[in-house]
Design a binder for this molecule. Structure first.
Ligand code: URA
Length: 208
């Protein structure tokens, strides 16, 4: 099967990758997405946050974590005393996957979970980002990035907050996805998950 390797530029730096991902057709998601959303942040960032894929807002803006989930993440970063500008933010899958609701005028398009084929096709972009940045810490937001880095059997609900070594970083941790927190109907549970996200950010973030 084709993967993003086919679209890798000869020069591997973040700006060349960002330019190259625009032409990526390694899976079919490029057909309906507005644009790819590449990672954002300093090339020498000490921490990388990895989400699942861009949402409706991110697809339109071309930047990661600028929609409702991004707002919650911004709040959690600020509560953890971390400046967003110091962090490299990216996603496992670079194109938005969605369904149009039947009566969709003015409504947000509904995000759909990327499948294993799409994750496999896209992952060379993430691996190249991680290889270039060589962060001291990686925080996976939700199941998709956690399973991409820890393996297909990994369960965030069981192993959230544990620091483990992966091929990409000695300090890799999984936590809740901010969108999963937003979707939680029980308000007490939602508050608790939000506090756990802040605690995980605080613990994984390299100080110095
Ligand atoms: N959710 C994600 O996983 N990534 C984004 O960039 C936005 C929402």
């Amino acid at each position: 099967a084709e993967t993003a390797m086919h679209y890798m530029p000869e020069r591997i730096d973040l700006e060349s990758l960002r330019a190259a991902v625009v032409d990526c057709q390694a899976c079919d998601l490029h057909q309906h997405a507005t644009q790819p959303v590449f990672g954002e942040g300093p090339p020498d960032a000490r921490i990388v946050l990895v989400g699942e894929q861009p949402g409706d807002r991110e697809d339109l803006d071309g930047r990661p974590f600028v929609g409702p989930a991004g707002k919650l993440l911004d709040e959690a970063l600020s509560q953890a005393g971390i400046r967003r500008g110091d962090v490299y933010l990216t996603n496992v899958v670079k194109h938005f996957k969605f369904t149009e609701p039947p009566t969709s005028r003015g409504k947000r398009r509904l995000h759909q979970k990327p499948n294993a084929r799409e994750v496999f096709a896209c992952r060379p972009w993430l691996e190249a980002e991680l290889m270039l940045i060589q962060p001291i810490a990686i925080l996976c937001l939700g199941a998709t990035p956690s399973q991409a880095l820890f393996g297909r059997d990994f369960q965030v609900s069981k192993h959230r907050g544990e620091i483990r070594a992966t091929d990409w970083c000695d300090r890799t941790m999984a936590t809740w996805h901010p969108a999963a927190i937003l979707r939680m109907p029980d308000q007490h549970r939602r508050t608790e998950m939000q506090q756990q996200l802040v605690a995980d950010l605080t613990r994984i973030h390299p100080t110095r």
